[in-house]
Design a binder for this molecule. Structure first.
Ligand code: ADE
Length: 393
């Protein structure tokens, strides 16, 4: 790392917006890695993907950890490996099976990219993950920071990382003011990330910097008194550790209303699989559609039932809410006992399944939340219920 932040490179003056260059960082940058490595030796977390240096496992964990917490990832990581123990098995599997193992983890394009990347590794790299930063970054779903993490953790080579945790640590360490996602801040943060990345012990340094952000330099109430970087930290020096990084100016998130129909025919409920391409591709759901501004949810539900060629009395069955990255969903549910043909005339695969079979299906999150409403509709075991003829699983 020596000399990478040489005179004239843009290192920002603490407490100033990104873009005001400082000729030298306000401390010896080698000090950061030295302190982080010593701290990691004492306080690093024991996580399942840290028991191996297999690039496949490291890559899988890094993709799962994008936008998802460690606690949520652990059970998925372990179960995924039981199904797909190596890159060859993953590449050879149908993409629907990969999506099914991903169900519940969210951001499903990751599952499709994972499968495409596994096939690329088999076809173009003979089944071995490439040990170069730019080749890693060309794999579907692997951005600059994820490539840096895989390069560092799997190959013990210096790959700068700028994930959410490291971004926060750097914003505070250098007291970066202003929007941390602006183009100039982004450029600055990558320069710092590169300047601080050591040539040695890259495997530990990468994980140390992420752990520090996750466990000490937390978004609120950072634990500065136990932080190994406390005396270097420019935000701490300025009393700004609680204020930096500044909140991004957030766009208002719209709410969309949809209806979903829990349609029961001869003890079975209608479900369908979403097309593979597009949002939540390959996951299962109850029939549903968006409610337009000019109609009520009940009218939309009636219209959908008609379109499916089915008849029955629709009964309101409550609502669930679900948050996506770009909108919030208000999902209004309706039950109906229906008559009509089993084939519902659609291009997407559909099926009539009993409640036990529904429990095994990879639903997407919002419709998964509707499943607990089915037992309510079925009443207590042995009692009369909304769906005569349908029994508890
Ligand atoms: N977040 C992203 N990658 C991580 C890793 N390898 N360990 C812990 N948290 C992470």
């Amino acid at each position: 790392m020596k000399g990478r932040h040489g005179r004239g490179e843009s290192l920002t003056r603490p407490g100033r917006p990104a873009g005001s260059p400082l000729p030298e960082p306000p401390f010896d940058p080698t000090e950061v890695a030295a302190r982080l490595l010593a701290w990691y030796g004492r306080c690093g977390r024991d996580l399942p993907w840290r028991h191996s240096r297999d690039p496949y496992r490291i890559w899988l964990s890094e993709i799962m950890l994008q936008q998802t917490t460690v606690a949520a990832v652990i059970p998925y990581f372990q179960r995924f490996l039981q199904h797909f123990p190596d890159v060859a098995t993953l590449a050879a599997a149908p993409v629907e099976d990969v999506i099914a193992q991903w169900a519940g983890l969210g951001y499903y394009s990751r599952a499709r990219n994972l499968h495409a990347a596994a096939q690329r590794v088999m076809a173009e790299h003979g089944g071995d993950f490439p040990a170069e930063l730019d080749a890693l970054q060309r794999l579907p779903g692997v951005g600059r920071s994820t490539a840096g993490a895989i390069y560092s953790i799997a190959f013990n080579r210096p790959g700068p990382i700028l994930d959410g945790n490291v971004r926060r640590v750097l914003c505070r360490l250098f007291a970066l003011d202003g929007d941390p996602r602006s183009t100039s801040a982004e450029k600055q943060l990558w320069l710092w990330a590169a300047a601080l990345t050591p040539e040695q012990h890259c495997h530990d340094y990468a994980q140390a910097s992420m752990d520090l952000g996750a466990t000490v330099c937390t978004p609120s109430a950072p634990a500065c008194p136990v932080c190994p970087l406390e005396t270097l930290c420019q935000a701490r020096k300025l009393g700004l550790e609680g204020e930096l990084p500044r909140a991004r100016t957030k766009k208002a998130i719209p709410t969309q209303t949809q209806v979903a129909l829990l349609l029961c025919r001869q003890g079975r409920f209608l479900v369908r699989r979403r097309p593979l391409s597009g949002m939540l591709g390959g996951l299962w759901e109850f029939p549903g559609r968006e409610v337009s501004a000019s109609e009520t949810p009940a009218a939309a539900a009636r219209d959908l039932l008609r379109q499916l060629g089915l008849e029955g009395e629709l009964i309101p069955a409550g609502a669930v809410r679900h948050a996506y990255s770009h909108f919030r969903l208000q999902l209004q549910l309706f039950f109906a006992l229906v008559d009509g043909p089993a084939a519902v005339g659609e291009e997407t695969p559909s099926a009539w399944l009993n409640p036990t079979e529904l429990g095994d299906l990879p639903f997407h999150g919002a419709h998964q939340k509707a499943l607990p409403l089915l037992p309510a509709a079925l009443g207590e075991p042995g009692e009369a219920n909304l769906f005569p003829g349908v029994t508890h699983a």
